[in-house]
Design a protein around this ligand. Structure first.
Ligand SMILES: Cc1cc2nc3c(=O)[nH]c(=O)nc-3n(C[C@H](O)[C@H](O)[C@H](O)COP(=O)(O)OP(=O)(O)OC[C@H]3O[C@@H](n4cnc5c(N)ncnc54)[C@H](O)[C@@H]3O)c2cc1C
Length: 390
């Protein structure tokens, strides 16, 4: 293994975008992924203009627009009557206001676009079946150790290994996740057989007391993705792949509008998942020498602002820019961190608070939502000054 290599732990959205961002500036990367193979996992992801801008900068604009759905509008409906509480245009407005589009995409499609781009640059760059277990560093580099007993040497280690990050554990000890009192179901429903009224061409948020459902189309409109979030005392475990019976989510939404119930009831039995929403104390710093964290490993975020992937994608672009600007590896990582810390800390807190914007039928929160949306979407990871508290 060449000593100048950037070693990346985790081939999720953050790890692969980081690989591409490093390749863009001529760095050799190796991405080590614990899973033995990279398959079709996950459901829908919202890519807001701040993320789309970054992916276009990395050369993925055409692939994204071919694979994703660009929603026309965002509609908030009352949970039982379907009354429209708020309606806002998306498609043209996003490009006019922020200079980039807004896409809805299957996580597996985004993952595959990123993987193909990284492998087109270097066919050997992604190494499945290597779970990072430990790392040692000295003045000239990092030795990374794997669960299978093997080790590699590199210049830097970027921990993109998600909410249960082993790299974060190595640097800062075990975190203590706290259950938020909210659990979520997600499902992907083929559109065949669904009534027309369920197939509105936008993102639909159904708002109830202590519950909400967000639905939107992916895969050129062939599948409807939903996330249904409920305040629950009993918690489900944290993680993306815990199957749940469809009857459970249908029962939880008894009394809701027929369009919601038809959608939930049509979930294929093997495509209904449940997970508990947990928070961790934000890190004040996430870099030690030649090792840093990125994406959920650094700043795990609740789904209410739909920014988990977007923050990882922004991180990746800033990291690439910092590495291009500073010859000294440790200085580059510090600059990356200082550029990202304030924004991601703010966003994590904003996502915690955002639950109140969704789960109240009474009261007009649209103004409050609009100003935070502007702050999120207008961020430009390509142009913003490095090292600033942006
Ligand atoms: C299986 C899965 C399904 C998801 N589905 C959705 C979804 O439907 N909608 C949504 O909005 N978000 C989903 N997410 C989360 C979303 O992708 C992330 O919140 C966001 O993209 C930030 O990405 P990340 O790269 O930081 O973390 P992740 O996307 O979680 O990626 C972390 C990667 O690191 C790997 N890994 C973990 N530990 C190690 C280790 N020790 N060594 C090497 N590799 C390791 C994991 O297998 C994973 O591939 C999902 C995540 C996962 C892992």
């Amino acid at each position: 293994m060449v000593g100048e290599t950037v070693i990346i732990a985790g081939a999720g959205i953050g790890g692969l975008t980081t690989a591409l961002s490093c390749q863009k500036i001529g760095r050799r990367v190796r991405v080590f992924e614990r899973a033995p193979e990279l398959g079709e996992i996950g459901a829908g992801i919202m890519l807001t203009p701040n993320a789309v801008r970054c992916l276009e900068y990395l050369g993925l604009g055409d692939a994204l627009s071919a694979a994703a759905v660009e929603p026309t509008e965002s509609i908030y409906r009352k949970f039982d009557t379907s009354e429209v509480l708020m309606r806002a245009g998306i498609k043209d407005k996003m490009r006019e206001t922020y200079g980039a589009g807004y896409y809805l995409i299957h996580r597996a499609d985004l993952h595959s676009i990123l993987m193909q781009a990284v492998q087109a640059n270097d066919a050997e760059a992604i190494c499945p079946g290597f779970g990072v277990s430990d790392a040692d560093q000295n003045e000239s580099g990092v030795d990374v150790h794997f669960e299978n007993g093997e080790s590699v040497a590199g210049n830097l280690l970027i921990g993109c290994d998600g909410i249960h990050s082993a790299v974060r554990g190595k640097l800062f000890g075990k975190s203590n996740p706290q259950y938020t009192g909210q659990s979520a179901w997600r499902g992907m429903v083929p559109v065949e057989g669904l009534p027309e009224s369920v197939l509105e061409p936008g993102t639909i948020s159904w708002i109830g007391e202590d519950k909400h459902v967000i639905q939107y189309a992916v895969r050129q409109g062939r599948l409807i993705n939903y996330v249904a979030i409920v305040a629950l005392e009993d918690w489900a475990e944290e993680g993306w792949n815990r199957p749940a019976p469809v009857e459970e989510v249908v029962a939880e939404f008894a009394g809701w509008h027929a369009d919601v119930l038809q959608l939930l009831s049509a979930t294929p039995p093997d495509n209904c998942y449940k997970w508990g929403l947990f928070v961790r104390e934000s890190l004040k710093s996430w870099t030690v020498g030649r090792v840093t964290l990125l994406g959920d490993a650094a700043h795990p975020t609740l789904p209410f602002a739909a920014q988990g992937s977007a923050m990882a994608i922004e991180d990746a672009v800033i990291l690439g820019r910092a590495l291009a600007s500073y010859d000294d590896a440790e200085a580059a990582l510090k600059v990356y961190e200082s550029t990202r810390l304030a924004r991601t800390t703010w966003l994590v807190e904003h996502a915690r608070q955002a639950t109140k914007l969704y789960q109240r039928v009474q009261g007009n929160k649209s103004q409050q939502r609009a100003s935070s949306v502007d702050e999120i979407y207008s961020y430009d990871a390509i142009q913003c000054p490095l090292g600033a508290s942006s």
